[in-house]
Write a protein that binds this ligand. Sequence first.
Ligand SMILES: Cc1cc2nc3c(=O)[nH]c(=O)nc-3n(C[C@H](O)[C@H](O)[C@H](O)COP(=O)(O)O)c2cc1C
Ligand code: SF4
Length: 540
Amino acid sequence: MKTVRSMILVSNDPESNVRGSEKIFGAFQQQLREYGLTEEVSLSMVSDLGYSYASPLVLIYPEAVVYGPIKAEDVPYIVEEHLYKGRIVEEKRAPAHELSGKVAWLSARKGTLPAQNRVVLKNVGIIDPESIDDYIANDGYQALGIALEKTPDEVISIIKNSGLQGRGGAGFPTGIKWGFVNKTYGDKKFVICNADESEPGTFKDRVVLEGDPHAILEAMSIAAYAVGANEGYIYIRGEYQLAIERVEIAIKQAEEYGLLGENIFGSDFSFKIHVHVGAGAYICGEETALIESIEGKRGEPRSRPPYPTTNGLWGKPTLVNNVETLANIPAIIRNGADWYRTLGTPSSPGTKVFTVLGNVNVTGLIEVPMGITLREVVSIYAKGMKSGSFKLAQTGGSSGSIIPASLQDTPMDFESYKRAGVSLGSGALLICNDEVCIVDLAKVLLNFFRVESCGKCTPCRIGTKRAFDILTGISQGEGTLEDLDELLSLNKEMLELSNCGLGQTAGTPLRDMLNYFRAEVEAHIRLGVCPTGVCPMSAS
Ligand SMILES: Cc1cc2nc3c(=O)[nH]c(=O)nc-3n(C[C@H](O)[C@H](O)[C@H](O)COP(=O)(O)O)c2cc1C
Ligand code: SF4
């Protein structure tokens, strides 16, 4: 294993490429050779540094200094001053505010979000994701070694005691799910990592897979050991080309190091991981549709029960966990359940990664303790509204809730949100100002469900279309007050009669719209105006 004293990361996003990041990388290679620093300083290109107009960026650890925009001609001076003489080149530092405007979690390095408190994004943007050595040098595969010295039941107890809940949207207790699969009799079991991530606006799982793929392999191996599986799948959406590439590289490296495959760490435990590439259907993120898709069938949800924990892939007991859920596992095993409970709230321990989007000054990924409030997210991390005032936030992609200003101070954890009658969803936080029309927003969301419904069951197939048509009518000045009753009964029918979570949650925007913004909707009907001037009727 290579021990390095400094790490250089050069940004490798399309914008940086156009501005010469390859040349900068080459210049660093040459300078490190000339100064005899190749053994002490690692050099990588990473795509996760963000699209700043300060790009191409160069990030140097352990000081976490960000330089940018950098040209190849600047490199000799940076190597001489920073890496050879140990002096930071102040005049080449990237302006703080430009950076924080693009990558919220990167600005965490400067104090807003302490890096040491990150669990899921601990290594993202810090290690070279294509180097297993970098991962190992940052505690990688330690947790797998620790787990293999315990019994599967002991590993499951740690996860249960940690209080970790699934981050794929439903918040189901992870340790309990592991226990179900462990207790189901079967000579063949599977572990699946759900990396389909098709919720609009959510890209947290992509960043983990691109930035720290070994963490997911390690977590899946621990899960497989705990539940008694010897084969696993990572189901990655086809659009995530870089994530697919990096996961495949990581699997190959782990196999070469004996950390995946036969007799891991010389134990009796063997585990193989396959990558399955999805074809872009939102419904394939639903775990039973995902399983059908791996089996080579049309991606349609199964009727449940039975659940995947007993009858999953090819009818065998199967554990399905989300990427972010799994990314918590190595840290929990390394540091213990009590440590994990020091983060977040008593009922929802740990951190949550949110994709912050919309009318705010800073958009991007943040990893924050569970229990933070929306007001804090908007004012501290998103640096306030870009224009207008806060009207609502839509959580968790399309299947989340619409959170009005009156719930801005409700702690964002599974329990508190449930008590307030809303849901945390999977991690997107779309922040909308007072120029957003509630009817228009609901129409966009219902259109998404209408298009993505697999059509297997009637309440969802017909209900989403009918709701979309009614909302379109309201937005064109053709709505009636009876339409509002029909929207509420459509929500009830879809919730109670649909086969899967898509149909069951498709009516949530209708419910929230009428719960919190009824007057605005009625203005479209009674007064024939769209108060925000967005709907087509405003033009007439
Ligand atoms: C329509 C629909 C789409 C879903 N998409 C995803 C997804 O992209 N990623 C994911 O992890 N879970 C998704 N889920 C939830 C999964 O069915 C499942 O609950 C989750 O993968 C379990 O992992 P967890 O316990 O770690 O959260 C979706 C559910 C529904 C109903
Ligand atoms: S609820 Fe919708 S997406 Fe789910 S099975 Fe029925 S039609 Fe398909």
